[in-house]
Each structure stands twice: as structure tokens, then as C-alpha cells.
Write a protein that binds this ligand. Structure first.
Ligand SMILES: NC(=O)C1=CN([C@@H]2O[C@H](COP(=O)(O)OP(=O)(O)OC[C@H]3O[C@@H](n4cnc5c(N)ncnc54)[C@H](O)[C@@H]3O)[C@@H](O)[C@H]2O)C=CC1
Ligand SMILES: CCCCCC(=O)/C=C/C=C\C/C=C\C/C=C\CCCC(=O)O
Length: 261
């Protein structure tokens, strides 16, 4: 699939799932802005991607997505550098039950802000050409993660917000498709946060249960999540879709009962 001429912005793109998605976007000839808090990782990642895909295709923008002004600047810089914006992946996320207010800020509030900023740059409402937004939730939104109540709540919130905005987009003719992706466990640095009291707070005592759950359900590779993401990006029929990715069923979609009075 070619995304030649398209420009993408990926939050949390310096490592893990975001890094794999950036790689797939570059392989498809898109230009990509990597927006991430981690400067070391972001700069290392950009150097590797420049070596593989050539300079000028990828830009690293250091930014804490929970800082609204910084996030707004990151969108502005992307458009200034690459001239347009077509694809926004709101992927940055943390697992912190101890500082749970921060978890809400990063996992939910920043996804909402990222979606609104994406619309300012892509929606026909603002005289733009349209585009696509993908917000990253988790299978924790369906199966609950008993040792991560606030993380689970944020991931529920991401699905509710995304589906409501997808309806707003189709009813308001924004020309922007808005979908959500829910992976099960993925082999990234985030999974190691389960070991630490600083992240898990009082739930750290359940870390062995958590690991048993990972052993039971299996752990996915980031490349499969990137494959799902690319399907959401290119399939022009999808809006308000909830893609799930698990070891047992691979890439599939959640189905909802039709609305009735
Ligand atoms: N790894 C897993 O098992 C699963 C992860 N997810 C979700 O996928 C998304 C990506 O997670 P992973 O790649 O696993 O995590 P990760 O920890 O490997 O990577 C997350 C990236 O986001 C960046 N980041 C964190 N806070 C930030 C902030 N305030 N501003 C800017 N960047 C920030 C980090 O620096 C890092 O580069 C998250 O939303 C996570 O909740 C969903 C389901 C399963
Ligand atoms: C350390 C925190 C990392 C949190 C990562 C995350 O979001 C993972 C959540 C995953 C799932 C929630 C819990 C259990 C279910 C896992 C997989 C179910 C798959 C069911 C199936 O059909 O195979």
C-alpha cells in the first residue's frame, strides 16, 4: 500500500507500538512526525530511521502530550515541516496506578486534545481536506485488568470518546475517519511497569497474577499491531470501528448491538 504524499503524526512513536507503526508508515512512503517525551529514545530512533529510509522523511519532536501548548506546537511544527497532515495516531500511554491522575491526563485527556487538534488540521469544518485518526485503547477496556483500575477506565474512555467523535464526523461531514485499536498484551517496555511499585502502587502485590494472565493469553509482537493500524489507515470504509488484536483471534473487530429505542 502506498501512502506517498501523505503526512502522519504519531504520539509515543519513539519506542514500542508507536515505533513499529512509524516504521510501517515510512515503509509505505508516508512522511512521519514522531512526537514523544523521551528525547534519547526519539533521537536514536530518528537516526536509525534516517539511515533506513533516507533523511527528510521523519522528524522527531520532543513533547509531553499532557502539556496542551506543547502538543499544539507539535502539530503546528509537523504541518510547517511537511506542508500538510493526513494521519494522526494518538498512541502515547502510560501505566501508573500510583499517580493515577497522570494516567488520566496522558491516556485520556491527551487523546481527546490530540483528536481535536487533528480535526483543526484535517477536518473539512476547518476548510481542510480530510484524513484519518486512530486512538489507541486496549483489551483492558473489554476484559478489565483487575490490577489497573484507572488504566482500564482510561481505555474505556478512549473507546467511548472515539466512537462518539466518529459519529460526529460522519454527521458533520468532517471528512475524517476516526477509529480505535485495542491490543491485548504486547511485547514492549510498558509491560515491565507491572514490576514496579512506582507504577502499580498498592496493586504491585498482584504482579504474579498479572504475569500469569500474560502467560495464559500470550504476548503479541508490535509488528502485528502495526499491521492492524495500517488496515485502519487505508480501509476507507471504516469509521467508529473498534479493532481488537489478540493472540487467539488475531486482528478482528468488536461488534455492537444496533441501537434500539
Ligand atoms: N504494551 C501493551 O501490552 C499494550 C499497550 N497498549 C497501549 O499502546 C500504547 C503504546 O504502548 P507501548 O508501546 O506498549 O508503550 P511503551 O511504554 O513501550 O511506549 C510508549 C511511548 O509513549 C511515550 N510517552 C509516554 N508518556 C508520554 C507523554 N506524556 N508524552 C509523550 N510521549 C509519551 C514514551 O516515551 C514511549 O516512547 C499505549 O497507549 C498503551 O496503553 C494497549 C494494549 C496493550
Ligand atoms: C503493565 C501494564 C501494561 C498494560 C498493557 C495493556 O493494556 C494490556 C491489557 C491487556 C488485556 C487485559 C487483560 C487480559 C486479557 C488479555 C488478553 C485477552 C485475549 C482474549 C483472547 O481471545 O485471546
Amino acid at each position: 500500500m502506498s501512502l506517498n504524499g501523505k503526512v502522519a503524526l504519531v504520539t509515543g512513536g519513539a519506542q514500542g507500538i508507536g515505533r513499529a507503526v512509524v516504521q510501517s508508515l515510512l515503509q509505505s512512503s508516508a512522511k512521519v512526525a514522531v512526537v514523544d517525551l523521551n528525547k534519547t529514545c526519539g533521537e536514536e530512533s530518528k537516526a536509525q530511521l534516517d539511515a533506513e529510509f533516507g533523511e527528510g522523511n521523519c522528524n522527531f519532536i520532543p513533547c509531553d502530550v499532557s502539556n496542551g501548548d506543547a502538543l499544539r506546537d507539535a502539530f503546528q511544527r509537523t504541518v510547517e515541516q511537511f506542508g500538510r497532515l493526513d494521519i494522526v495516531i494518538n498512541n502515547a500511554g502510560i501505566n501508573n496506578e500510583k499517580n493515577w491522575e497522570k494516567t488520566i491526563q496522558v491516556n485520556l485527556t491527551s487523546v481527546i486534545k490530540g483528536t481535536y487538534l487533528a480535526l483543526e488540521h484535517m477536518s473539512k469544518e476547518y476548510g481542510k481536506e480530510g484524513g484519518t485518526i486512530i486512538n489507541v485503547s486496549s483489551m483492558a477496556a473489554f476484559l478489565h485488568s483487575p490490577h489497573q483500575p484507572v488504566y482500564t477506565a482510561t481505555k474505556h474512555g478512549v473507546i467511548g470518546f472515539t466512537r462518539a467523535m466518529a459519529d460526529a464526523s460522519s454527521q458533520g461531514d468532517y471528512g475524517v475517519r476516526i477509529n480505535v485499536l485495542c491490543p491485548a498484551f504486547v511485547d514492549t517496555p510498558l509491560l515491565h511497569s507491572v514490576e514496579h511499585e512506582d507504577n502499580m502502587g498498592k496493586f504491585v502485590k498482584f504482579k504474579d497474577d498479572f504475569k500469569r494472565s500474560m502467560n495464559k493469553f500470550g504476548v503479541l509482537q508490535p509488528a502485528l499491531i502495526a499491521e492492524g493500524m495500517m488496515r485502519l489507515i487505508v480501509d476507507s470504509t471504516l469509521n467508529g470501528a473498534v479493532m481488537k488484536i489478540t493472540c487467539s483471534k488475531g486482528i478482528h473487530f468488536h461488534t455492537y448491538e444496533p441501537m434500539s429505542a
